[in-house]
Design a protein around this ligand. Structure first.
Ligand code: MCN
Length: 748
């Protein structure tokens, strides 16, 4: 028998989802629950002149209506997303004197039922005085209209490299303005929360969020409570995609309403509310400049970025920092520069969304490499080959100063091209062009590298032996579709020899797990998985001690057979001690560990996209997507591939379909799934995945993250393919999402 690691073990989570169903926050109810609905601003920017609650309060079933004045001094201000952000821009729960985006919460209506609360919302009369609106970060940068006059500027955070790239010696220079449009995370389950105060004065909060402990920390800060006075529970979730990495003010305030009413309080937003007010992704405008020699050597690269932070700075206001770290991509370029500032705008806040700053970096460099290739008339693959970093297995530092762990970029390129049949595809393209076919094909290649666990920090894991020899695993990671239960059980089974059926994984409950971080940045396997592995080793060490006693042997002579899960004296496997024997021989045994890595890891790969474009209508279709994603040693290739599939779908969506659209007054035009073109299986081919595993030395599992790679590789490859399809018509650049309308206009 060998290790279970690396096997395609089907998710143990799934039978429940497929039979009895999951248990979501919306399935958890308490006696006497009251329901919250929010009065939301219909203006993108306005002062609040007056609020009239009389009609709403008269509606039978309405219990209370809260405004900002009711919260004043009774709920602490929400801590800034990052230290150093302008204090004047702090997030608020309810708008006091000014609203800054359509959908901002102004009043909270609490009623006996959700229906009554919603009806009452329509009866609240708010008198607004509209102000000029700022709808994109470039306009914000003029500081003509200030969102926060006290801050003196719309700027949130400026990040820049020590120097700018120098272009004087370049034979060729290409420039482009690239927009990474705003996207909705569009989780199937919208935001939902329930809060109640237990008889012993503790706050219990049920949330659909990406980390139970960070939400507990937020609630402790808001209500001035110690961690043992708050319990946060995250049951099953219908997707997070980064946008649920924070518990936002509308939900965090539930504890306040519950305390005021002396009843449990629930809030479940509608889909429209989710589109209106949940923080969104991307929103980065880039000015890219790349230069080099006529024979294809890149010698200079400068990226200047305007990052949209939205109305109240959250994670989105630091995303350009990640873009800077990944500026150079897979390339050997020293002469590079970056500037970027995040700016507040009259739109919902921007937060992390699958990739969070790294797809933006990959889009910029990969688009520019293609743009440069077109300019010098060289195959884009050839330009990549001439500039890729040579393989390395110890840390190297890129031109922008980011250390990478391991990389073998050209091999991923070779593998993907071979699987794609690149030469035949180019031949087909030439045939269609020669024949003047109405439908042309485009081939897009992107070699990418990204950063996982980029924010660092530690993650907690514990393994506890039960009386019957089974194991309980506690993890600080909060899964929401990544299959941690299966994956963690596999790691523990591999170490202990206890079969995965006898391993129970507990997560997402601060009363059950000592500490934990966020499931973001594809950090969980490398940190949480490593913590579990190390905790297993500690448990085994403690168990060996006990086994030595039972076997009447020296502890150094006792070994664990990880295939059978039995301890014996080395070389004498006849007399064995089982995990149940060990459990029976004394106090409960456990091992726990907080794992912190020496550095992040840098997954990489190559995606090849093939699109068909109808040059008559501008309609494009993704025909194939070949993806070679290297996430180091894979614990469970089946789950990892699922992660890549989901990631690719979201990447294709950004290149071809999805976009938050607002009118000139800042009114959103994409507030439901009829208007927001969320991608579905109908638009996608079956993806062709090419395996490659280059282990990292950063953790004992050799694992890098995979949760976002698909997105990061897919966006630039599909984007490049769409431009490539019409490059023979003189098109050099397009704007994402490349809708039929944009494609049609470009062709003409
Ligand atoms: N895995 C593996 N070997 C590795 C790396 C990962 O086998 N070397 C497998 C494991 O089974 C692991 C899974 O892939 O459980 C994901 O691991 P990892 O890459 O560490 O990512 P995280 O668990 O930290 O997940 C976060 C990531 C992010 S940031 C977003 S956004 C995202 C994503 O995961 N949102 C998702 N995947 C999602 N999947 C679903 N279904 N829904 C979302 O909202």
């Amino acid at each position: 028998m060998g290790s279970i690691l690396g096997n395609r073990v089907a998710r143990v989570e799934d039978p429940r989802f497929l039979t009895t169903g999951g248990r979501y926050v919306d399935d958890i109810h308490f006696d006497g629950e009251a329901h919250v609905a929010y009065v939301r601003s219909p203006f993108a920017h306005a002062t609040i002149e007056s609020i009239d609650l009389d009609d709403a309060l008269a509606l039978p079933g309405v219990l209370r209506i809260f405004t900002a004045a009711d919260l004043e001094g009774r709920v602490a201000p929400i801590p800034a997303a990052r230290p150093g952000m302008p204090e004047a821009m702090s997030q608020v729960i309810l708008a006091a004197d000014r609203v800054r985006f359509v959908g901002q919460a102004v009043c909270a209506v609490v009623a006996e039922t959700a229906g009554v609360a919603m009806d009452a919302v329509d009866l609240v009369l708010v008198d607004y005085e509209p102000l000029p609106v700022v709808l994109d970060p470039e306009s914000a940068a003029t500081d003509e209209t200030l969102l926060f006059p006290d801050a003196g500027s719309n700027a949130v955070m400026k990040i820049e490299s020590p120097q700018r790239a120098e272009f004087a010696n370049c034979e060729v220079v290409v420039e482009e303005r690239i927009v990474n449009q705003r996207l909705s995370g569009a989780p199937m389950e919208a935001r939902v929360g329930v809060a109640r105060w237990t008889d012993d004065g503790r706050l219990e909060h049920y949330s659909a969020c990406q980390g139970a402990h960070p939400t507990r920390a937020l609630l402790c800060a808001l209500y001035d409570l110690s961690p043992d006075q708050v319990r946060v529970v995250v049951p099953d979730m219908g997707g997070g995609f980064g946008v649920k990495s924070r518990t936002y003010p509308d939900e965090a305030a539930l504890g306040f309403y519950a305390r005021e009413l002396g009843r449990p309080v629930r809030w479940a937003e509608t889909r429209s509310e989710n589109f209106l007010s949940m923080p969104q992704g991307r929103g980065q405008v880039q000015y890219a400049r790349l230069g080099g020699t006529r024979d294809g050597r890149i010698t200079a690269y400068q990226l200047d970025v305007f990052q949209d932070a939205g109305a109240y700075p959250m994670t989105g206001s630091v995303l350009h920092g990640m873009t800077m770290r990944m500026l150079c991509g897979c390339y050997d370029i020293d002469n590079v520069g970056f500037t970027g500032t995040s700016w507040v705008t009259n739109l919902p806040s921007v937060t992390a969304y699958r990739g969070a700053g790294r797809p933006e970096a990959a889009v910029a460099i990969e688009r520019m490499v293609d743009r440069f290739a077109a300019e010098i008339g060289l195959d884009p693959v050839e330009v990549r080959r001439r500039n890729l970093l040579a393989p390395f297995d110890q840390a190297i530092t890129t031109g922008i100063g980011t250390p990478y762990d391991v990389g073998d970029y050209e091999r991923s390129l070779d593998l993907a091209l071979e699987a794609a049949g690149y030469d035949e595809l180019r031949a087909e393209q030439q045939r269609r062009r020669d024949a003047g076919d109405e439908v042309q094909i485009g081939i897009g290649v992107a070699t990418y590298v990204e950063i996982t666990s980029g924010v660092g920090g530690s993650e907690f894991g514990a393994v506890e032996l039960q009386a019957d020899g089974s194991l309980i695993v506690r993890t600080g990671a909060t899964p929401y579709g990544q299959g941690h239960v299966t994956t963690w059980a596999m790691i523990v089974a591999d170490r202990t020899g206890v079969p995965i059926e006898r391993i129970t994984v507990i997560h997402g409950d601060t009363d059950q797990v000592r500490s934990g971080g966020l499931t973001v940045g594809s950090r969980s396997v490398q940190l949480g998985g490593s913590a579990i592995a190390a905790a297993s080793t500690k448990l085994i060490d403690a168990a060996r001690d006990r086994a030595a006693g039972l076997l009447e042997a020296a502890v150094d002579d006792v070994v664990l057979d990880a295939d059978t899960g039995a301890f014996h004296v080395a070389g004498t496997p006849v007399r064995t001690v089982t995990w149940a024997d060990i459990a029976a021989d004394g106090d409960p045994l456990a091992g726990d560990h907080d794992f912190e890595a020496p550095m992040p890891t840098f997954p990489f790969g190559t995606h090849v996209a093939v699109v068909e474009v109808d040059t008559g209508t501008g309609h494009s279709r993704l025909r194939r997507l070949i993806a070679c994603d290297d996430a180091g040693t894979l614990v469970n290739p089946l789950i990892a591939e699922g992660q890549v599939h989901g990631g690719i779908a979201q990447g294709v969506a950004q290149a071809m379909l999805e976009e938050i659209i607002v009118d000139e007054d800042g009114n959103p035009k994409t507030t439901n799934f009829a208007e927001y073109a969320v991608i579905s299986a109908a638009e996608l081919p079956s993806f062709e995945l090419v395996p490659m595993e280059t282990p990292t030395w950063v953790n004992e599992l050799g694992a890098k993250g995979v949760g976002e790679s698909g997105t990061i590789g897919a966006i630039p490859s599909v984007y490049n393919a769409l431009v490539d399809a019409v490059s023979h018509l003189g098109v050099r650049h397009l704007t994402m999402p490349v809708t039929p309308e944009r494609m049609w206009a470009a062709i003409r």
